[in-house]
Design a protein around this ligand. Structure first.
Ligand SMILES: NC(=O)c1ccc[n+]([C@@H]2O[C@H](COP(=O)([O-])OP(=O)(O)OC[C@H]3O[C@@H](n4cnc5c(N)ncnc54)[C@H](OP(=O)(O)O)[C@@H]3O)[C@@H](O)[C@H]2O)c1
Length: 308
């Protein structure tokens, strides 16, 4: 049994990881507020987890939490920047503190979940911030496995909920419906994280689901799960960017921003087998993924192509 540190532990993947790993490992889960702590206590429902509230940039407290841990799994990150904050608050600064703390505490490896498309030279501020955060970890002395993933689909998460709404609609307005998606199952990401802990050198692994398909096709496949055939109307991405820009100007917390659209609009078309082989993950098929992630109240039971 190893002792693991998990930051961003109250997020979708953190909670899922804790449920998966709590019986095989000793877990120290870090969140940044009392609210998140309560949320996590409820979500982990009696599992043996040491939950602590720590500021992700407070190196000394991170050293305390990481001492005795074999691996630090870093799940802190955003795709939408709240007004008045910087991406660096969620990416570069926590990565810097974690890399230093992990080294001081004698941690053997770091696993960081990042985004496909991250690149410090990107014109998208979120991608460039992620790229710089990755570079900070790779400049550290503790070997870091950076796993870049695209859309992750898991039961109860926002992406699955949003896709299910589209799948059940008669008409869907989608921005650039030809944009390529390559969703991966949340359970596969958790497996990848656990396998990545063994990394002994810095590496970046791009991990995506087994099928790359257009947004239009993805909505159709999801519709199929419900026995529906939504009619997808594609709108130009320029229009979406214009609308997002207006929302950013008008609202303190816009539902979508231009950077976020840039991330969602990224064309994902990777060799899925390469990443899966590196981290020894057996990828879940798209139809199985949709079946288990989409809210189930109206799932079609009559579709013979899909697992029951
Ligand atoms: N789920 C996906 O589809 C997907 C796809 C690609 C990459 N990823 C990345 O994988 C990681 C884990 O994903 P997830 O779905 O579990 O994310 P999530 O549910 O959004 O959780 C993100 C975590 O980051 C923390 N956080 C947000 N803003 C912060 C800030 N400014 N400073 C410090 N902490 C902050 C959150 O804390 P609070 O709750 O206190 O705000 C939460 O603990 C994230 O980095 C995410 O961007 C996710």
């Amino acid at each position: 049994m190893s002792r693991l540190l998990i930051t961003g532990a109250n997020g979708h993947l953190g909670t899922r990881l804790i449920r998966e790993a709590a019986r095989q490992h000793e877990l120290v889960a870090i969140v940044r507020s009392g609210r998140a702590r309560e949320q996590l206590v409820a979500a982990t429902n009696g599992l043996p987890v040491d939950i602590r509230v720590v500021d992700y940039t407070d190196e000394a407290s991170l050293v305390g939490a990481a001492t005795g841990c074999r691996t630090a799994i870093h799940l802190v990150g955003i795709i939408k920047r709240p007004r008045g904050t910087a991406y660096a608050d969620a990416h570069e600064n926590p990565c810097r503190a974690l890399a230093n703390a992990a080294a001081s505490a004698g941690v053997s490896s770091i696993v960081y979940l990042s985004l496909i498309g991250s690149d410090r030279s990107s014109s998208n501020e979120c991608f460039s911030s992620r790229g710089r955060a990755e570079d900070i970890l790779r400049a550290g002395t503790v070997p870091a496995t950076i796993i870049r993933v695209p859309m992750v689909l898991g039961a109860g998460d926002y992406a699955a909920w949003s896709l299910s709404r589209k799948a059940r609609s008669a008409i869907v307005l989608a921005f650039r419906a030809a944009s390529l998606e390559q969703p991966i199952a949340a359970g596969d990401v958790v497996t990848a994280i656990l396998h990545a802990m063994a990394g002994r050198e810095h590496r970046i692994v791009e991990l995506a689901g087994p099928e790359s398909l257009s947004r239009r096709e993805l909505i159709a496949r999801a519709g199929h799960v419900y026995g529906r055939s939504p009619w997808v109307i594609s709108l130009p991405i320029g229009l979406a960017l214009f609308m997002a820009g207006m929302l950013e100007r008008l609202l303190a917390n816009p539902p979508v921003t231009r950077d976020m659209l840039g991330i969602l609009d990224h064309d994902d078309n990777l060799d899925s087998e390469a990443g899966a082989r590196l981290l020894d993950v057996e990828l879940t098929s798209l139809d199985d993924m949709l079946r288990s992630a989409l809210p189930g109240d109206q799932l079609s039971r009559s579709n013979p192509d899909l697992p029951g």
